[in-house]
Ligand binder design. Structure first.
Ligand code: UP6
Length: 252
């Protein structure tokens, strides 16, 4: 069976964040999410400015920014996201009871609820632990990319039940296929390396679109560590888009 196209998915998805992601993908001909795993506000904003036009979303780990200040970090980041038309994905990977996740989401210095368009969350806390994310989209961690991960097939099966049934969830992070009614986000993508010596395992864009029917690739070091992050973003964007177009034509 051929994979569903972004146009087909756009007709079927309900969540406003899913719709936005698919609309941006079609408008920019991009399925690239850049992971901004940098540690200063200046690097974060410089990267967002360079790669912004080529991505559907910028993924942050906001708690690794050493000089975080809401006014100096988030306000300009929000401006860049509006200027270059990309969404903000905070990769917080919440993994607690609902009440604690709610506090982590709404309080502290980061106030994720005020600026993120969508967030990642583990589903280990159960269905109701995701209720607090009702003003954003949630990407559930179904399977991880690292060697020796405990997200076995039986875990993934249970995780998928929550992912498919919770109204706040727009999709999953996984290294295996998931049902096409939700969006599949795949990190662990790099054209040059097969691993990082710290357990990360990489695949190519070709593999993730063809074999997994992924919707969005997430690329970190392949872009921000490159000598020219803008050029790197353009090549991942083109590789990803071409791999997606090819995968539409495969009737398996
Ligand atoms: N990430 C993974 N694998 C997962 C889930 N999330 O790599 O299963 C995240 C990492 C990092 C990014 O936290 O921010 O995706 C991958 O970065 P890289 O391309 O530099 O390896």
């Amino acid at each position: 069976k051929a994979r569903a196209s972004y146009e087909q998915k756009l007709k079927n998805v309900q969540h406003s964040v899913s719709k936005k992601l698919l609309e941006i993908a079609l408008a920019k001909k991009s399925n690239l999410i850049a992971s901004a795993d940098v540690t200063t506000t200046q690097e974060l904003l410089a990267l967002a400015e360079k790669v912004g036009p080529h991505i559907v979303a910028l993924k942050t780990h906001i708690d690794i920014i050493s000089d975080f200040e809401y006014e100096k970090t988030i306000i300009p980041l929000k401006e860049l996201s509006a200027k270059h038309q990309f969404l903000l994905m905070e990769d917080r990977k919440f993994a607690d009871i609902g009440n604690t996740q709610e506090l982590q989401f709404k309080s502290g210095v980061f106030k994720i609820t005020d600026w993120a368009d969508f967030v990642t969350s583990q589903v280990i806390g159960g269905f109701e632990s995701l209720d607090c994310f009702n003003n954003v989209g949630v990407v559930a961690i179904v399977g991880m990319s690292s060697k020796g991960t405990l997200t076995t097939s039986s875990y993934r099966e249970e995780a998928l039940k929550i992912t498919l049934s919770h109204p706040n969830v727009i999709g999953g992070v996984s290294q295996s296929s998931i049902p096409e009614e939700i969006l599949l986000f795949t990190p662990g993508v790099n054209l040059a390396d097969s691993g990082d010596g710290k357990g990360q395992q990489y695949n190519t864009p070709e593999y993730v679109f063809k074999t997994l029917h992924s919707d969005f690739i997430i690329v970190g070091r392949g872009i921000y560590k490159s000598n020219n992050p803008e050029e790197a973003a353009i090549s991942y964007k083109n590789e990803g888009w071409n791999a997606y177009i090819k995968s539409l034509k495969i009737i398996a």
